[in-house]
Every structure is written in C-alpha cells, then in structure tokens.
Write a protein that binds this ligand. Structure first.
Ligand SMILES: C[S@@+](CC[C@H](N)C(=O)[O-])C[C@H]1O[C@@H](n2cnc3c(N)ncnc32)[C@H](O)[C@@H]1O
Length: 204
C-alpha cells in the first residue's frame, strides 16, 4: 500500500471487522514507514499522559498494539511491564519482532480475554476509531479495569466528529462508569494536517 493510499481520508470510515483485519493485513509491511513518514506522534503523547498518572512499573496492556509503535512509546516513556494484543496476525507478528513487549497475544474482536483488574492501565492508541475498532470497544476496555484503573485512548480528528464514538464516550461519563481525568488535543499525523485527542478515563 502506498503512503497516499494508506493515509487517505478513505481510511477513516466505518468498516466491518473482516474488512478491518484485511486492511491491516495488507498494510502491515509498510505501516511504520507510512505513519512515521507523516510524523505519527500520538503514541508518544499518550504514553507521556499515562506516565503522569501511574507509576512506571505499572503493568500496562497495549490494546490494538499493531506493529509495536505504541509499545515503543511506552517503553521510551519509561514503562517496564508492557503486554500487547491485536486482532491482525500480520501486525502482531511485527510487534513480536519489536522486542518492546513482555507478552503478546492475538485477540478476537470484541472479546478481551483478561480478568477484570489484570491490568491497572490500558492504552488504546489509534485503535478505537473510524476505520478500526467500533465505539463499544470503550465499554469493553473500561469493563476490564478494576475500580480506579485507567484507560488512555486516542480519538483522531475524524473520530472526534463522529456522533457514535463521541456518544459512547459521553455515555460512559454520564452513567458514572468512568470519570474524565484528562483530555488534550494535539498533533496526530502532522504532515497530513491531522490532530487527535488523548483522553484519560478512570473507572469508578
Ligand atoms: C492504526 S493501528 C494502531 C496500532 C498501534 N497502537 C499504533 O499506535 O501504531 C490500529 C490497530 O488496531 C487494530 N484493531 C482494529 N480493530 C480492533 C479491535 N476490534 N480490537 C483490537 N484491535 C483492533 C488493528 O489490527 C491495528 O493493528
């Protein structure tokens, strides 16, 4: 996939799980070069935000770890215990070769096979968004946190304009499942003129 194809506006659209896995299967080999070539910075911002709220030896799950760029950002922020999971085998295989993770596994979409509280912190960077995991993924992730656990995730600019994704976030806040700890808008893929919001939720 060329840079122009992979990061065109066509990426940010709702698609089925099968189409999502196929997209990332076909993109895996050039993903890092494509996104880093456009200045992809959200993982660094998200890892820095998490480091403001938990100790660096906290076990962190990198949900939707992809090729490992978000694990790299966590490690470079100082986190020492990072596990990862993803639904796309070809992305996960690259994460396995990256050396940033203690443990990695292939997960089924919508089924996060971990015990509640297994991870005091979960990062989902570039994952819950138009073109990737659906809005209800937020519910799944918060549900796997023990009370006081933290979820750090990003919504890119197209996702910030989507009523379903924004509605799901608001519902979690309104029904008292989670409280908002921090949110900050900044660069996502700056060379494409795209921003993202990094959001920190705490399970109540
Ligand atoms: C844009 S990449 C982000 C990867 C990595 N977190 C990063 O920052 O580079 C999105 C990843 O989310 C994964 N993904 C999409 N839908 C998912 C789902 N329902 N559950 C878990 N991972 C999913 C894809 O396979 C892909 O690896």
């Amino acid at each position: 996939m060329t840079d122009d194809d992979s990061l065109s506006t066509a990426l940010w659209t709702t698609r089925s799980v099968e189409d999502t896995v196929a997209l990332y299967r076909d993109w895996a080999a050039t993903y890092d070069a494509d996104v880093l070539g456009s200045g992809y910075v959200t993982p660094i911002r998200a890892a820095a935000m998490l480091a403001q709220h938990v100790a660096l030896d906290t076990p962190v799950l990198d949900f939707g770890c992809g090729t490992g760029l978000s694990g790299k950002a966590l490690a470079e922020a100082g986190f020492t215990c990072v596990d990862g999971t993803d639904i796309t085998p070809e992305m996960l295989a690259l994460a396995e070769g990256s050396g940033w993770y203690r443990r990695l596994w292939l997960s089924d979409p919508g089924d996060l096979d971990i015990k509640t509280g297994a991870y005091p912190a979960i990062l989902a960077c570039g994952v819950v968004s138009l073109g990737a995991a659906p809005p209800e993924t937020l519910v799944l992730l918060v549900d796997r946190l023990a009370p006081d656990g933290l979820l750090v995730f990003s919504y890119n600019d197209p996702t910030l304009k989507d009523a379903a994704y924004m509605g799901q976030l608001q519902a979690l806040l309104d029904d008292g499942t989670a409280r908002l700890v921090a949110r900050e808008h900044g660069p996502h893929l700056p060379d494409k003129g795209l921003g993202s919001e990094v959001i920190v939720l705490q399970r109540r």
